[in-house]
Write a protein that binds this ligand. Structure first.
Ligand SMILES: [Zn+2]
Length: 220
């Protein structure tokens, strides 16, 4: 079973992915986490990734494919959950083909939120520069302003979440995602999810679809 979560930055797909890996045994591929992790490494690759994130630009196809192929090799035979990757049609087709022996991508969930909501969510997010804990100033603020509850570290806004960079990311995202949406819609594998509802409600809907898919697969 191979699942893909797509949705604009701030749509909450990372949150849903974390709930899913609690309930299912997925090998989890988060493009955002992997890139952020790389950007902290003081290597040529790390510095390159950091520069891209700061400018609100995307990492090249070639580089992302290399990272993904590495991940698939390490997790051969396992169920896969992809979050934030593929970003364009060429990447989507590559993955679909690589996973073809396991039925390709079985289900694609598209978490949709409005631009206004995306901007509101992203601009209220801060992260601890020591332990990486994420806070939302509106929905889950820290106890002390600017200080991490867990480790006392300083809370900062991520460079890729300043307003100019956010708007640019949303534009690029839409342009690149449309062909992926069309591709999986034609295959009957795409599900639109209203991402502006409570987290638990969204999760219930996603889980129900995956449970149904599991039953189908077992029946075959
Ligand atoms: Zn912390």
């Amino acid at each position: 079973m191979n699942i893909l979560l797509i949705g604009s930055p701030g749509s909450g797909k990372g949150t849903q992915a974390r709930l899913l890996i609690n309930d299912f045994d997925f090998a989890y591929f988060s493009a955002g986490d992997i890139l952020r992790h790389l950007s902290k490494e003081n290597t040529p690759l790390g510095r390159q990734v950091l520069g891209l994130i700061r400018r609100g630009e995307l990492v090249s196809d070639l580089l992302m494919k290399r990272i993904l192929v590495d991940f698939l090799k390490k997790n051969k035979g396992r169920d896969i959950l992809l979050d934030g990757y593929p970003r364009n049609l060429s990447q989507a087709k590559t993955i679909d083909q690589r996973l073809i022996l396991k039925g390709g991508l079985n289900l694609v969930f598209y978490l949709r939120i409005s631009d206004r909501e995306a901007i509101r969510r992203l601009s209220s997010r801060v992260v601890c520069c020591q332990c990486g804990a994420v806070y939302n100033l509106i929905t889950s603020p820290p106890q002390k302003k600017g200080i991490c509850d867990y480790c006392g570290g300083k809370l900062v806004r991520r460079a890729d979440e300043k307003l100019g960079a956010v708007k640019k990311r949303l534009l690029i995202y839409k342009k690149e995602t449309k062909p992926i949406v069309d591709y999986f819609t034609k295959k009957g594998k795409l599900m639109f999810i209203d991402g502006e509802r409570p987290i638990k409600e969204i999760y219930k809907e996603i889980k129900k679809s995956i449970d149904a898919l599991c039953l189908d697969t077992k029946a075959i």
